[in-house]
Design a protein around this ligand. Sequence first.
Ligand SMILES: Nc1ncnc2c1ncn2[C@@H]1O[C@H](COP(=O)(O)OP(=O)(O)O)[C@@H](O)[C@H]1O
Ligand SMILES: CC(=O)N[C@@H](CCC(=O)OP(=O)(O)O)C(=O)O
Length: 299
Amino acid sequence: MTGDTKAMLAKAEVLIEALPYLQRYAGRTFVVKYGGHAMGDPAAARDFAEDIVLLKAVGINPVVVHGGGPQIGAMLKRLGVESTFVDGLRVTDKATAEVAEMVLSGAINKELVGWIAAAGGKAVGISGKDGGMVSAAKVRRTAKDPESNIEQAIDLGFVGEPTRVDTLLIDTAVAADMIPVIAPIGAGEDGHTYNINADTMAGAVAAALGAARLFLLTDVAGVLDKSGALLSDLTPAGIAALKADGTITGGMIPKLDTCVHAVEAGCEAAVVLDGRVPHAMLLEFFTTRGAGTLIRADR
Ligand SMILES: Nc1ncnc2c1ncn2[C@@H]1O[C@H](COP(=O)(O)OP(=O)(O)O)[C@@H](O)[C@H]1O
Ligand SMILES: CC(=O)N[C@@H](CCC(=O)OP(=O)(O)O)C(=O)O
């Protein structure tokens, strides 16, 4: 066999390896959360858009929920507005909410729609406000006052959490063969605009759609144990244990809480994977080796 023939066969084997996954998931929905950190690199953005268009081309319905934390931060800095975080959530006053909506629903949402178009797909950019898709309620947080040791309310301003997701607009876009691209902004029943953490938004959308997969693309290989080794499979009970023994900390806590909520509310499985790896999603999904950490509900 010549080198050329071997290379061709290897390509055919990759396609054949994907066959059972294609058969199993054709017509199903994948919700993909694309974070703001990953967007800084144009090559990675192009790869991401290609992956999304490829999923659509093989009969899977991708629904993209995007972040934009670093981009909101940069715009606030340009405007001279200070930004602070509590438990990974941006404290959002009226001015910050306006900037968050402008950056998320305006700049980033349309940029992503453009990348998908450049990769040959048709995307429709919307926010949770459109079509009454995502209703939000104000997030309530408390913390112990260090002096009195009394639990006190912390006001995060217009930070919301989804209370109801109406999937009609998403279903309509998918039925028209479009790829929905969703900004994490919601409308409160009080008439205010709410800034929603993008992981939380993606989890709520995945649960409402009964998605086959929720992909959370981040900047680590997946969930790591204390020695730094990748944990390839987890359940809510396993996650609770890792939280209790301090293996999971920082930004990984809300991310995994989102996964637990999504798999317990109707999403088949959630995957935390490395968005810095080119075509990470395709490698995870279409190969038997997988990548990242797969989270399924406890049986
Ligand atoms: N056990 C763990 N495994 C992997 N990452 C962890 C773990 N515990 C904490 N982390 C931290 O969580 C981070 C991912 O969360 P975050 O920074 O909020 O991601 P993103 O900005 O992509 O939403 C990782 O970069 C890592 O620093
Ligand atoms: C309430 C809250 O914190 N909202 C986030 C929304 C964007 C986001 O979550 O973006 P990443 O996924 O890129 O971090 C924010 O204002 O930064």
